[in-house]
Write a protein that binds this ligand. Structure first.
Ligand code: AMP
Length: 129
């Protein structure tokens, strides 16, 4: 646990969050600033700064938690697909330095513009046209 980490504080119950999932080692909460309805964050109860700092031995449990929450959203009719994202370090947009997966539910015409665009990929696509 890190004293100044928002997600550690949520785990300790020191700040409120809408918990949607919990098992021995992971927790899932609704994102306070969602990209789409049901946007959920899954993170380990133990503090690791980023995806790259987390031991790989936690990987399959992490995947299981992500799948359980995602399949639940499909069952509840809240998603037809997902963007599942890890931002790693500040330069890539990681604001909370406690590893977390974003589960962003998608439906057709959901108004969410999230898609990998721009950068070198976009330049290459444009040069092919
Ligand atoms: P990232 O930019 O990948 O670090 O994502 C951090 C996410 O945490 C953002 O989408 C925030 O909206 C979300 N967030 C920050 N504080 C809270 C909080 N107290 N409860 C729920 N979500 C939060």
């Amino acid at each position: 646990m890190e004293d100044d980490c928002i997600f550690c504080k949520i785990i300790k119950g020191e700040i409120p969050a809408e918990k949607v999932y919990e098992d021995d080692n992971f927790i899932g909460i609704l994102d306070i600033n969602p990209e789409s309805e049901g946007h959920t964050l899954i993170f380990p109860k133990k503090h690791f700064e980023s995806f790259l700092d987390m031991p790989s031995s936690l990987g399959s449990e992490f995947v299981d938690a992500i799948k359980k929450v995602s399949l639940g959203l499909v069952r509840e009719g809240k998603a037809k697909g997902f963007n599942i994202v890890f931002n790693v370090y500040k330069v890539a947009g990681q604001e909370v330095p406690h590893v977390h997966a974003h589960i962003i539910p998608r439906k057709s015409d959901d108004g969410c513009k999230l898609k990998l665009v721009g950068g070198l990929r976009d330049k290459k696509m444009r040069s092919l046209k």
